[in-house]
Ligand binder design. Structure first.
Ligand SMILES: *Cc1c(COP(=O)(O)O)cnc(C)c1O
Length: 461
């Protein structure tokens, strides 16, 4: 193992050095991938030397998500303390289903979950778990909502025609999960939003009433804390009122921006969250842990047991089961995703988590100010969002983003809201500084200057 660790150290050091001067990896068109890299597997093994070369080649050609040129998705950066926790989790290789197999690591996960619940002002009846990604924590919420409305469902299957409600700006995992859970994609109602991309509560109430009149059973509203494109926050209190009236489950999908809960400055964006039934967030997005670190908490833990324990009901749990986390998880064998969050949290404290979140909003302010002061840009987003949506010199966003990628200049994506398509810059990498954001714009402007002909071509098909 010692040699292997040295090999890792060597590879990692080489990568970090190269990243410093080449923040974007070489672009390999997908259709030439197997020519560009030898990824083949053979009957015979290879020498250590050839193996090491192949590994270095692969590592060097892989998209670089930790550099100051990566703004493509809702994650980025490389948080050292969290990386350390993740490396240790791999080395320890526990499975989180029982105390017997994971020992103190169970305590690590429980402490993280308890602290999250406390920050939401929830009592000892609350609990949570981790799942492989925000799509899956949303799935768990939908299953609990389904079973809460009819406790026979886990045994007999769905008997009622159920409906779920989410905004037109919400994540695509909602219809996917409706398909998984037997509710059905066709029973997802997309509630229109206001000009800021937030769910319109009056429209929600009308849709719910309509469905009840048609004989449906509305079971759940999914509110979004940080919509995928605009980074908008649905207002929670009006949705709570509608859910109370119709005995519906209220979930907050905070995969993107739910981590504002750690910031005294920005937690007002999820005001009312202490009144919801379940809340999920991805620490691998705003907090910057390695992928994946997705947490879901529920106000009443009986729902976790009712939907995910395949054994005795919650009442008959022994104390020991409190430490057998398999009783409340989606999976059987489960990797230790809590440790990387714990190592970070332990090291920087809750105040350190707040600083991470606040810094992202600061960087977003820097970006918006730059755009506002430069007439070649059009800004589409608004304050208190870390997604900055804009266009430059009326160049179609998808043409510019694709060219930036293929020419190895920047990785940034595009999105749309209503009729506008635009570039979406996300200031989610808290290791960036003001200069990095200004550098992003300089790079983009120089690129446009130097690639006029490329950008004049029609969007690549
Ligand atoms: C990213 C995201 C998800 C999905 O999370 P994964 O971890 O990628 O599965 C769900 N909802 C929202 C709002 C997101 O931004």
């Amino acid at each position: 193992m010692r040699d292997t660790l040295q090999q890792f150290q060597k590879l990692a050091t080489a990568l970090l050095q190269d990243e410093a001067t080449h923040p974007v990896a070489d672009f390999i068109p997908a259709d030439t991938l197997y020519d560009a890299l030898d990824l083949s597997l053979q009957k015979e093994g290879i020498s250590e030397e050839v193996f090491e070369e192949a590994l270095q080649e692969l590592v060097f050609k892989t998209p670089r998500t930790a550099t100051s040129a990566f703004f493509n998705q809702l994650f980025g950066g490389r948080n050292e303390k969290a990386v350390l926790g993740e490396l240790l989790a791999v080395l320890l290789n526990n499975s989180m289903y029982t105390y017997k197999a994971a020992g103190p690591q169970i305590g690590v996960e429980k402490v993280v979950l308890r602290k999250v619940c406390e920050l939401l002002d929830w009592d000892a009846q609350s609990d949570g778990t981790l799942a492989p990604g925000g799509s899956m924590t949303n799935y768990m919420a939908m299953v609990m909502a389904r079973d809460a409305v009819d406790s026979a469902t886990p045994y007999q299957g769905i008997q009622k025609k159920m409906t779920v409600y989410t905004s037109s700006e919400s994540h695509y995992s909602i219809p996917k999960n409706a398909a998984f859970s037997g509710i059905g994609r066709d029973q997802v109602r997309y509630v229109p939003t206001n000009d800021f991309g937030q769910m319109n509560a009056d429209a929600l109430a009308a849709l719910v009433s309509e469905d009840i009149a048609k004989g449906f059973t509305p079971i759940m509203v999914n509110a979004t804390a940080g919509t995928t494109v605009l980074g908008a926050f649905d207002a929670i209190p009006p949705l709570r009122a509608i859910c109370d009236e119709h005995k519906m489950w209220l979930h907050v999908d905070g995969a993107y921006c739910g981590s504002v809960m750690f910031s005294d400055t920005y937690k007002h964006l999820i005001k009312g969250v202490s009144q919801v039934d379940s809340f999920s967030f991805n620490a691998h997005k705003m907090i910057g842990t390695p992928l994946s670190c997705s947490i879901i908490v529920v106000k009443d833990k009986k729902h976790l047991y009712n939907s995910f324990s395949n054994d005795a009901s919650y009442l008959y749990q022994t104390d020991h089961d409190e430490f057998n986390l398999g009783k409340t998880s989606l999976q059987c064998g489960r990797r230790n995703d809590a440790l990387k969050f714990w190592t970070l949290w332990k090291s920087v404290g809750t105040n350190g988590l707040q600083n991470i979140v606040d810094h992202q909003f600061y960087l977003a302010d820097v970006a918006r100010e730059y755009i506002r002061n430069n007439e070649d840009y059009t800004l589409y987003s608004y304050e208190e969002s870390i997604s900055i949506c804009f266009n430059y010199k009326n160049i179609p966003a998808r043409v510019l983003c694709t060219a930036l990628y293929e020419q190895e200049a920047l990785l940034v994506g595009y999105g749309s809201f209503r009729t506008e398509e635009f570039i979406r810059l996300v200031t989610i990498n808290a290791q960036n500084e003001k200069e990095d954001i200004l550098h992003f714009f300089q790079t983009l402007e120089q690129f446009v200057e130097q690639h006029q002909s490329l950008l004049a071509e029609p969007a690549n098909s």
